[in-house]
Design a protein around this ligand. Structure first.
Ligand code: GH3
Ligand code: MG
Ligand code: MG
Length: 364
């Protein structure tokens, strides 16, 4: 019962998304605008009617100018669609793309059945040739085959053109959407993942650790006395340091490890399949590696000294929630700061903390 209802809603959404995709692409083409993610988002919301304010504003522009310019489209995007909307759009556009692809596959199927029909005509023709028929009848049959061959080849050509156009358009839309998705998860200054990326990765890695019954360790990293560094040398050199820290992390960790900027001058690392003792070694290597790098002012090559980091580590305890896990790594980082900075604190979970987690379990 429930499934049936879900399917009806799903089908309706798919049909709509399917229709809107065509409308959007045609309208963008009419207005001479490229199908960039932002342009696509504006027109998509216009057709879906999900955003009445955007629809009203766009209707007004259309009534005044007929076609939208790139600048007008960008202005609509900025004032009516935020990051959240973009997220929805990504999901819906992906669904629409899947539908478009299945339509293309259906077109190929139907072309195959046309080919079947054509084969049958040929069979009938060769059958006729086997019976004794007049020259006139043969001429007639040959003419029919020739004309059907022409129709088939024209149909094939049309299908091919349509397929390559659709594929090209979809590839472009999908590429643009992928770029937007990637950008929305990346810290623009350092190029590593941002907080949003980390939040998703954290949930995924915790699930994975639970499913595979493997350890997961979190490192919380904070640059030491960074305020003083900024105050002494300026924010631009501070930014250069943030990039250096990110690069050092990326260069010294494995592909499966998650690296992100948690905010300000703090970074986080998730080390899957790693116990806290091993994570402590990794953290110390990172810390030492960074402390041996000399920061230089690019313009004068003047040496500004080295940068140090403090690191707190925590290993996920079975049944622990994301917040508790982060808090424990944070507490360890705080201890590293308190006890002199430029060090790693990796303490095992305390019996009190275990009790707290288990207490939560029982009340739930
Ligand atoms: P502690 O060793 O206790 O961590 O001291 P701190 O000075 O590093 O810590 P505090 O929290 O007092 O200052 C953090 C500084 O990080 C303040 C801010 O100027 C700097 N910061 C945060 N984000 C950025 C950024 O994007 N670029 C630059 N250049 N500096 C940043
Ligand atoms: Mg800090
Ligand atoms: Mg700091």
């Amino acid at each position: 019962m429930h499934d049936k209802g879900d399917n009806v809603v799903k089908n309706m959404q798919q049909n709509n998304a399917d229709k809107w995709l065509n409308d959007v692409l045609e309208h963008l083409k009419r207005d001479g605008l490229p199908p960039t993610p932002n342009n696509y988002a504006v027109y998509y919301h216009y057709y879906s009617g999900e955003n009445p304010n955007l629809k009203m504003a766009m209707d007004l522009l259309i009534s005044q100018h007929e076609k939208l310019t790139q600048d007008q489209c960008e202005a609509l995007y900025r004032s009516h669609l935020g990051l959240e909307a973009e997220h929805d759009m990504l999901r819906e556009a992906n669904a629409a793309i899947e539908i478009e692809v299945s339509k293309v596959l259906a077109a190929i199927d139907s072309s195959a059945s046309d080919a079947d029909k054509f084969n049958k005509t040929l069979d009938t023709f060769s059958g006729k040739l086997n019976t004794s028929i007049s020259l006139e009848q043969i001429r007639e049959a040959v003419t029919k085959v020739v004309s059907e061959t022409r129709v088939m080849s024209q149909q094939n050509q049309r299908l091919q053109t349509q397929l390559s156009q659709t594929t090209q358009q979809l590839t472009e839309v999908r590429y643009n959407l992928d770029q937007v998705h990637k950008e929305s998860q990346t810290d623009p200054l350092t190029g590593v993942g941002n907080r949003k990326f980390f939040n998703t990765a954290l949930v995924d890695r915790i699930d994975e650790a639970k499913e595979t019954n493997t350890p997961l360790t979190l490192l919380m990293i904070d640059i030491d006395h960074f305020k003083k560094f900024n105050d002494s040398y300026g924010h631009l050199i501070g930014d250069q340091v943030l990039r250096l820290v990110a690069r050092t992390l990326v260069e010294n960790l494995k592909g499966r490890d998650v690296i992100a900027r948690f905010g300000g001058e703090e970074f986080v690392i998730l080390l899957p399949q790693t116990r806290i003792e091993d994570a402590e070694k990794v953290a110390n290597q990172l810390r030492i590696n960074l402390s041996t790098k000399q920061i230089k002012r690019r313009s004068t090559q003047e040496t500004l000294g080295a940068i140090t980091i403090s690191i707190g580590a925590a290993e996920l305890y079975a049944g622990e929630e994301t917040d508790g896990f982060i808090s424990r790594a944070d507490e360890a980082l705080y201890k590293a700061k308190e006890t002199g900075r430029n060090r790693v604190v990796a303490e095992p979970i305390t019996p009190e903390q275990i009790e707290e987690i288990q207490g939560k379990f029982q009340t739930e």
